[in-house]
Write a new protein. Sequence first.
Length: 363
Amino acid sequence: MKIKEEKGITGIDITLAVILISIFLAVILTIFTTIQKNSTKLSRETEAMYYAIETIENIKSQEFSILPKKGTNKIQGITELEDGYIKKRTGIETRYYLKSVQDQIDMAKKLVGNMIKDEEKDIDLIITATTTPTYMMPGLSNIIQKELGIKTCIAFDILAGCSGFINAIDIAKKYMESSKTKKALIVGIEQLSKYVDKNDIGTSIILSDGAGAILIEGTAEEKKYCSKIETTIDEKAILKTYVKDGIFKLEMDGKEVYKYAVTETVKNLEELLQKSNETLENIKYIVPHQSNLKIIKSIANRLGTDIIDKMYVNIDKIGNTFCASIPIALDEMIKKRLLQTGDKVILLGYGGGLNTASILIEI
């Protein structure tokens, strides 16, 4: 059966043709629009991807350095400072940065490897003072123990701010007095560069990485030793470290730290002298925490006009290495043959907590 027998075009044919053409155009327009949208989206995504890659490569290519470069001081190439600004404000000319977290472990291994001979590995106690532990567990003391191949000993880390190394010595001394501990390794080590906020000029121009250690051994010969360690509540939170957005931060109120360090440290040292029945005239050297040259000079001025000559200072060449500053200074003094048997030396520290610590030792 034929639906249509007549020849020619009818109204129905025209209507059908219009409908078919409209559908066809609608489909074509939809396809074109979709392609255009996808193309725009792809273009934007591609542009964003290339921008991200370019940004990452720029970050990778930036060198993190706050060392002066021929007449200009730069903090990661971002903040320009006047010539001589860092030295004038802090007394610091040079500081050192490790390249990676693994480097702190390698530094610890190299330190003890060079220091401890095979016949000296009968160590009973290892204490590491640090504010920048590589891991939460194991501690750096455990890593050092493994490096030395000591199967059994007491090994732990302490966190007591910049005075941590002095605290560690005092703890070791008390272990020796109350137990069978005969030989103790005390380490001060820091990787402060991972805390540095490049935009905080108050701290970034001061901090440096480093490590130092001493080996303490019991002896039948009686040597003078006295300590004075105490903590004051940091009600104003003038010195703290914390984690924000997965990044370590260090915050310090420079003016308040200065006032605390000068006032409380002088008080602590005077109480140490009274406790030990000693005078500054009998002290060969005072080895302060190398925090800031201005602080060290202010402490010396409060103690007496000639005391600055007794202060051993190396912050200009090393920077502020927190817990490592005092053992690094002691190592330099020994290499320079500044210390002789019978010399009385005061180690003086202060830091977050707020902690003040001093010990008088006879060489």
